[in-house]
Design a protein around this ligand. Structure first.
Ligand code: UD2
Ligand code: MN
Length: 564
């Protein structure tokens, strides 16, 4: 437990006095013991006056002069004219579920909080509003500091002029570092027991901090996210985000919002209760300093923008933590359609590089699905990842198949027709398909008459043997299988086949017909036409032999099941 700090008013520098007029130093409004709100200067009511004050007006008009373009979207990809016309301390609708307002949190039990805001060429009005909202809507006893990281913005005074605000500390990168390294630097110079990361065009809402901190108290290895409301990029209206969503991604490693599964939704009867999420949306989450450091912060090899949310989330789940959403915490964010800043190596390259680093370190054999979805990633250089691999080793993290099975089964296979996929395992043995032999130019063997159904393109020339080998978590495609709804066991374009002529199991190009149809009987895989079962008795040969109950050599598991 932490000794209660005395509420004290921070000595304000002259430069910050007028800016500080927007800030109502907010004593706890959420604790059981409600205390009087303390005001510095004239508070909310005085905001209008302060707006005409020399420094605040100077700060904002400095931004306005710069933003005076014909196109209000040109510099920031949102309507900066509207952004500039709104008060830094404007009221916003309280978007929480009404039941959230009745919740009581014991602030004595909660960690102190640092907020880290990184920015690169942010509009002054949105940046100021972000800070003012934090100062006005966070219990002062809990707010240790706000670290503002200026990531080499063109005008250093964008940040400098804000450094006098209460609790604000400024650090500036003289060279552009991108958001991941900037956040690391910000976190390093912050002092609170927990760190909350925030974009530079946000407004935190009433009571936003305590539900996050209380979730962290109950689960110190959680990354806790608020619900992200929408600040409209055209009108700056603040709107509640409606449905209950969690963070997910597709096989291209692009973030997306996904609905809760039916099961998850059914077990969630209390709208104020915290729910699990496969990943954090991005830069809005709370983490305990200790866990942040144990997890190795962000990968320092991530550039400018993108994929750091996946790195942090996969790492958190796979290494013994979790990601959760605390729905009583609400934070607004201006979503926009394009990046308003430059990428030194180009947007596409940078994002691909970052994604590839994440795939290489965290996806194991499933990285293939990423490469199949974004083939250009294979040409992308991605730097040294040995440090990250060593970190994963040191933390003794789970594999990606564990994550898929337990945390994000609704990701599904890349092919929507699959019922199960991944390795086809028997303990530490795996079914392995050989590469098809390169067809000889001249002497292409015609397929046997009886084998026609097995394949139509190339017949035997395209067939390959199937063996049972030790499971690998490497690059090879030979251990990746899918089970389709039609009963095919696929490997890319080829299917597991048993010919009429024997018990050998082979890979042939997929085609309609009974020789490539299988069905599951418990953990056995039965070839429908012959009635035989996939068997490893004569390993390394994979064979189809008479089915026998409880025979270990006939028990197979796909690493990921898509059926509940
Ligand atoms: C989302 C996240 C963002 C981040 C990103 C993925 C939300 C609401 N936002 O994109 O936090 O996770 O996905 O990488 O979840 N910035 C720098 N230096 C740079 C580039 C950006 O400091 O070189 C700052 C920028 O000013 C902003 C923050 O990083 O404050 C995030 O950038 P963004 O707002 O362009 O990202 P966004 O919201 O599209
Ligand atoms: Mn943003």
């Amino acid at each position: 437990m932490r000794p209660r700090r005395a509420l004290r008013l921070v000595a304000l520098t002259a430069a910050a006095t007028t800016l500080a007029a927007f800030v109502v130093l907010n004593a706890s409004v959420h604790s059981g013991v409600r205390r009087q709100r303390k005001k510095v200067s004239s508070g909310v009511g005085g905001a209008r006056n302060a707006f005409s004050g020399v420094d605040a007006a100077g700060y904002l008009s400095g931004g306005r002069t710069r933003d005076r373009e014909h196109d209000p979207y040109a510099q920031h990809a949102f309507n900066v004219r509207v952004a500039n016309s709104l008060q830094p301390d404007r009221p916003i609708p309280d978007t929480r579920h009404p039941r959230c307002r009745g919740l009581d949190f014991d602030e004595e039990e909660l960690n102190t909080l640092s907020v880290v805001v990184t920015f690169h060429n942010e509009a002054r009005s949105t940046l100021l509003r972000t800070l003012v909202s934090i100062l006005n809507r966070t219990p002062q006893d809990l707010l240790e500091d706000i670290v503002l990281v200026d990531d080499a913005s063109d005008d250093p005074s964008d940040g400098l002029l804000l450094a006098g605000l209460p609790k604000v500390r400024l650090v500036r990168n003289e060279q552009r570092q991108g958001l991941a390294r900037s956040r690391v630097r910000g976190a390093d110079s912050s002092k609170g027991e927990a760190i909350f990361f925030l974009d530079s065009h946000c407004e935190v809402n009433q009571g936003w901090a305590t539900p996050l901190l209380d979730t962290l108290r109950q689960n110190p290895r959680s990354l806790v996210c608020p619900v992200i409301d929408v600040i409209d990029q055209d009108t700056f209206d603040y709107r509640a985000s409606g449905s209950v969503l969690k963070g997910g991604f597709d096989w291209g490693l692009h973030f997306r919002w996904v609905p809760l599964t039916e099961e998850e939704a059914a077990t969630r009867t209390d709208p104020t209760s915290v729910y699990r999420s496969p990943v954090v949306a991005g830069g809005l989450f709370l983490i305990a300093r200790e866990w942040w450091e144990d997890l190795g912060k962000y990968d320092p090899g991530l550039e400018v923008w993108g994929a750091e949310n996946l790195e942090m989330s996969l790492k958190a789940w796979q290494c013994g933590g979790s990601v959760e959403v605390a729905p009583c915490s609400r934070v607004g964010h201006v979503f926009r359609r394009r990046h308003p800043y430059t990428f030194p190596d180009g947007n596409a390259n940078t994002y691909l590089r970052n994604s590839r680093r994440v795939a290489e370190v965290w996806l194991d054999e499933f990285s293939h699905f990423f490469y199949e979805t974004r083939p250009s990633a294979l040409q992308q250089t991605y730097g040294d990842i040995s440090g990250r691999k060593a970190l994963r080793e040191r933390l003794g993290c789970q594999g990606f198949s564990w994550y898929l099975k337990n945390i994000y089964p609704d990701l599904g296979a890349p092919s929507k027709h699959d019922l199960a996929y991944g390795q086809l395992q028997q303990g530490n043995l795996c079914l392995q398909g050989a590469e098809p032999p390169k067809p000889h130019k001249k002497a292409q063997k015609r397929p046997h008459q009886g084998d026609k159904q097995a394949g139509h393109s190339g017949g035997e020339a395209a067939s390959a043997t199937v063996t049972v080998q030790e499971c690998t978590s490497g690059e090879g495609a030979g251990q990746r299988w899918g089970l389709t709804q039609e009963g095919s066991v696929t490997q890319g374009e080829r299917c597991l086949t048993v010919l009429t002529s024997g018990k050998r199991v082979l890979l042939y190009p997929c085609a309609a017909g009974p020789r490539q149809r299988w069905q599951r009987q418990g953990r056995r895989l039965q070839h429908i036409a012959s009635g035989l079962c996939l068997d490893s008795t004569n390993a390394p040969d994979a064979q189809a032999l008479p089915c026998r109950d409880a025979l270990y050599s006939q028990q197979w598991d796909f690493s990921v099941e898509l059926q509940a």
